[in-house]
Design a protein around this ligand. Structure first.
Ligand code: PAF
Length: 283
């Protein structure tokens, strides 16, 4: 069932809560793929009722990013959700979420601003304001749906860590459930933005997982020196890759690691043509 208004969702969730049912939320921007499917499956398995939100959130896109061309496939998304057993798709308009005239600057809209320490690195460095937009919309979704559990993919690991921090700092009564990265057979991490890649670029995109898997293999063989581990990446990169970052950070706190250990997550972002891809791996 697709619902477009906050009032309808609230009414439905209120009924469920009265019956003592648990509610899972899977926040998405649509263009659902097998990665999202795994989140929805987890929620359906764990919770009595599952809400999937589908909302291309304008305030998390930076100027010049792909807000207008971001894939919008609500009918297919709905089919997938029904097949997997989700109870509601919440697909609001920007106007429903942000009001009449939706003036989205922080001169006019209340934002949730995550801490600078968590934001001033990795994707936050080039996507200024992105995580303000993410935290604001996720907080709104939590207030609207009031889920017991919310499911996020580890592909967007920085996002996941920032949302956990927000939930802790703001005492939001929801349990965040992290879900593993889902990959194509080739190893490419699934992302709605993979749709932008042509076949040739898809080949270049495999460098991300090759770099990460090779770093993990080197670490498992005993290499702990981060510079040495970073060096192993360069043979996989050519003129088609624009490496934005390759970072070794603490998996919980995003602190910089002096040397690699079992709680290190390796984060990579590479631009191929106009398409910016991210991936990560736990050592
Ligand atoms: O990961 C995403 O798809 C988005 O950032 C989220 C969490 C749905 C917020 O718009």
């Amino acid at each position: 069932m697709i619902l477009h208004t906050i009032a309808e969702v609230r009414e439905q969730v209120k009924k469920w809560k009265k019956e003592g049912l648990t509610v899972g939320l899977v926040p998405t921007m649509g263009a659902l793929h097998a990665g999202h499917r795994s989140l929805i499956e987890k929620s359906v398995e764990k919770c009595d009722k599952t809400v999937v939100s589908v909302f291309v959130n304008p305030i998390q896109f930076c100027p010049g990013e792909d807000l207008d061309k971001y894939p919008r496939t609500l009918n297919e998304d709905n089919e997938l959700c029904e097949k997997v057993g989700a109870d509601i798709i919440f697909a609001p308009s920007p106007k429903e979420m942000y009001g009449e005239g939706h003036i989205l600057s922080n001169d006019f809209l209340t934002y949730v601003i995550p801490p600078y320490f968590y934001v001033n690195k990795l994707c936050g460095k080039s996507r200024v304001g992105h995580f303000d937009g993410v935290c604001t919309v996720v907080n709104k979704l939590f207030n609207i749906v009031q889920p017991d559990f919310a499911f996020f993919g580890q592909k967007d690991a920085q996002q996941l860590i920032i949302i956990r921090k927000m939930v802790k700092d703001l005492n939001i009564p929801v349990e965040i459930i992290p879900c593993p990265i889902v990959r194509e057979e080739s190893g490419l991490a699934l992302s709605s933005r993979n749709k932008y890649l042509n076949n040739e670029q898809k080949g270049y995109a495999l460098a991300l997982r090759k770099i990460l898997f090779n770093i993990k293999a080197c670490y498992d063989k005993g290499i702990k020196d981060i510079e040495a581990l970073k060096e192993t990446a360069y043979p996989y990169l050519n003129e088609h890759h624009n490496l934005e970052y390759l970072e070794f950070l603490d998996a919980d706190t995003l602190d910089e690691k002096k040397s690699a250990d079992d709680n290190t997550r390796v984060f990579i972002a590479v631009k191929i043509g106009d398409v910016r891809l991210i991936d990560n791996i736990m050592l």
